[in-house]
Ligand binder design. Structure first.
Ligand code: THU
Length: 136
């Protein structure tokens, strides 16, 4: 993956991490995604007193991208306050809606990319109704 894109994703996610809203778990998570037009969108976890309503950082970033017209997700970076954490199962499925098996998922901690995975490694045989990239 292009090093410049990696650093842009890292910068966007690291900046957003400061805005994570996680008073209940104390775990801050931020994600940055790049869309089909090379635009970068960030998202953070947003917790709620009704704990099950918590929104993960990855889904937040993807929702922002889609709301702004993204047709596909070309790369995802996740950063957290506790280490290089992989996306939860629900977020893997939501990433799969807009990404391909080879889409990189980068895991970062303390300003550095620690691991580089792909969606296909994290979610093999994903359930998809639209197998094309993005939406029809
Ligand atoms: N969290 C995310 O934002 N993304 C994930 O993929 C895993 C979990 C958040 C949800 C909650 O606010 C906190 O991390 C602890 O579960």
């Amino acid at each position: 993956m292009d090093e410049q894109v990696k650093s842009k994703l890292l910068e966007a996610a690291a900046q957003a991490l400061e805005n994570a809203y996680s008073p209940y778990s104390g775990i801050s998570v931020a994600a940055a995604v790049m869309d089909d037009r090379g635009r970068i969108f960030s998202g953070v976890n947003v917790e709620n007193a009704s704990l099950g309503l918590t929104i993960c950082a990855e889904r937040n970033a993807i929702a922002r991208a889609v709301a702004d017209g993204a047709k596909s997700i070309e790369a995802v970076l996740i950063i957290s306050s506790i280490g290089a954490i992989p996306p939860c199962g629900a977020c893997r499925q939501v990433i799969a809606e807009f990404a391909m098996p080879e889409t990189p998922i980068l895991l970062a901690f303390e300003g550095k990319i620690i691991e580089e995975r792909t969606l296909g490694e994290l979610l093999p045989d994903a359930f998809k109704l639209n197998r094309d990239k993005g939406r029809s």
